[in-house]
Design a protein around this ligand. Structure first.
Ligand SMILES: [Zn+2]
Ligand SMILES: [Zn+2]
Length: 374
């Protein structure tokens, strides 16, 4: 059997991956059992494929160049005695061998995600909250040692404290020694002869705690607030993870938030819009007088600076935009109708000429929909 894979593919020893692929495609077409005729085609096809499998894989090719045939049955020929599996492994795979030595029992705990519902006003000004969280905490009885008080971990007798056991395994390199985590101590190198009764040897227990949080102004739905070190304590009293508070802002009855600005819709009777008025408006800062100037048109926006949501970064606040919704009177009684007709006559508006306003791109359509709750 020819085991010179470069010769089989008809390429030089420094052939590029592309050259190897091209050579294989050509030969595979030539010898493919579906197309090739005659004896030996199938054997040649297999040979070509085996050569390609080795040379197309950078690791196998490197191994092959070093004198090992990774595809040979019982492989590993070409290595001198005393050249251990780990050394070979490190040579070819850059030291990706199994960990040496025992692994620490204590590991970092997980992060915890806690949802936090807040009102718009709380988002606008910031709020202090006390939160109940359920997380793992260090076991108070054994203080994370996992052992019944007065006892201590013992060196594992199976692995002698190394945390790993060696065994002989078959691999593509033939019979090799591999090391794997010790099944008795799970790689820790020690065993707990008498587990702590409170935590069953976990080193941690679940507990309800109260977290004190200052939620800054400017947070919004989706904002995550990190509380470092307030998460789950790890196994065997390992360092805790973090808590992330994910904010959800409850919709407000009358105010719609866009960034740090607020919008509201203010119904104003037609007469008041025409004559001008002062309206008392409930804002996040209490009642504010809003000036509606004479001749205010439907959809006009009165902006009040600084009555919006506090900026999360930096000082200052957004604005409050009051969208004036002019209400046309309906259900007029006789006297009201008479007065309106008189006004229309005075203004020459009894039969207004139809004049279409120039078309406008739907700049505010989105916002109008939002205000209308669509
Ligand atoms: Zn305990
Ligand atoms: Zn062990």
């Amino acid at each position: 059997m020819n085991t010179d894979y470069y010769e089989i593919l008809g390429v030089s020893r420094d052939a590029s991956p592309e050259e190897i692929k091209r050579a294989y495609r050509r030969l595979a077409r030539q010898y493919h059992p579906d197309v090739a005729e005659g004896d030996g085609a199938e054997e040649q096809f297999k040979e070509v494929t085996r050569a390609y499998e080795v040379l197309s894989n950078p690791e196998k090719r490197q191994m092959y160049d070093a004198g090992v045939d990774p595809s040979a049955p019982g492989g590993g020929q070409g290595f001198g005695q005393g050249f251990g599996f780990q050394d070979i492994f490190e040579t070819f795979f850059g030291g990706q061998t199994a960990r040496r030595g025992p692994v620490p029992r204590a590991r970092r705990g997980q992060d915890a995600l806690v949802r936090l519902e807040i009102e718009l006003a709380e988002a606008a000004f910031g709020v202090h909250r006390e939160l109940q969280v359920d997380t793992a905490v260090t076991c108070p009885t054994c203080e994370g040692s996992c052992c019944r008080p007065g006892t201590s971990p013992r060196t594992c007798e199976v692995c002698g404290g190394h945390g790993t056991v060696q065994r002989v395994a078959r691999s593509f390199l033939g019979q090799v020694m591999t090391s794997s985590p010790c099944p008795t101590c799970h790689g820790f190198g020690t065993v707990i002869p008498e587990p702590c009764p409170e935590c069953s040897g976990e080193g941690r227990v679940r507990a309800r705690r109260t977290l004190s949080v200052d939620v800054p102004a400017g947070v919004e739905t989706g904002t995550r607030i990190k509380l470092p070190g307030q998460g789950e304590v790890g196994p065997a009293g390992g360092p805790p993870g973090d808590v992330y508070l994910e904010v959800r802002e409850r919709p407000h009855a009358t105010l719609v938030r866009q960034g740090d600005d607020l919008h509201c819709s203010l119904p104003v009777p037609m007469t008041a819009a025409a004559l001008g008025t002062v309206v008392s408006l409930e804002t996040l800062d209490g009642t504010r007088e809003i000036d509606i100037r004479p001749g205010t048109q439907p959809g006009e926006v009165v902006t009040v600076r600084g009555l919006g949501v506090g900026h999360l970064r930096g000082a200052g606040r957004g604005d409050l935009h009051v969208h004036v919704d002019v209400q046309v009177p309906s259900g007029l009684d006789a006297e009201q109708e008479r007065l309106l007709r008189e006004l229309a006559a005075l203004r020459g508006e009894e039969r207004p000429e139809p004049r279409l306003a120039p078309a406008q791109p739907g700049m505010f359509a989105k916002l109008r929909d939002k205000l209308a709750g669509r």
